[in-house]
Design a protein around this ligand. Sequence first.
Ligand code: FPP
Length: 244
Amino acid sequence: MKPDFPVPEHVAIIMDGNGRWARRSGWLRLRGHEGGAEAVRDVTEAAAEWGVKHLTLYAFSMENWQRPQAEVDALMRLLQRYLKKELRTLLDNGVRLQAIGRLQDLKASVRQALADTEAKTAHGKAMTLRLALSYGGRQEILDGIRRLLAESPPDRSIQQEDLAAVLYDPSMPDPDLVIRTAGEQRLSNFLLWQASYAELYFTDVLWPDFRRQHLLAALKDYHGRVRRFGKVLENDPAVHPSSS
Ligand code: FPP
């Protein structure tokens, strides 16, 4: 199973539905997050193998800090276990790991585990896997504006490129496709600046059930879209029906 069409350069995913997946079977929410980590592995491997260059996963939002402390702690422990357990898979698949977000909010041990994995995978050439942690799109824009104001003279006119250059990872291209699982249809503060022209894809599949075949379906759907970026394209079937 693999795409027989060009794949987008950057796919970003809002991984939703872990809690519902666990509840469906009468399990604790943590079991859902553990199931979610399995999905992360399969999707990461498939994306790297199929030529996606950037995969960004919304792993812990700013809003997630408001969950019960026991769930926050369990998610952080799961993340540390994942980083340890998956290092080999990341290296074998040429995947470079990068964390984005207000990483200063994370416990020192989690920051250390992330920094270690980033360093060990730094030479990965196939794909960059970005984990958005303690991440919020509005907070990212605000943090960028604060940096800009601290760095540049206040009378300078600020351009889009200036702000883009002070976001958490300026080397990250804008996502082409944003996928959200579990039936909700919103961005929930994810990549608000970068997703301006992203194609959105929603599926009812709960994240722990999401596997490479679901990713393939999303990529196929994306491949069939016409991206106009606000322009009128020549030979656009929607504008020139007879030319299609
Ligand atoms: C949303 O499900 C998911 C999260 C808040 C966390 C995402 C975390 C994982 C997939 C765990 C593993 C990740 C890594 C990188 C190891 P939810 O709990 O909001 O589900 P619900 O809406 O059904 O309650």
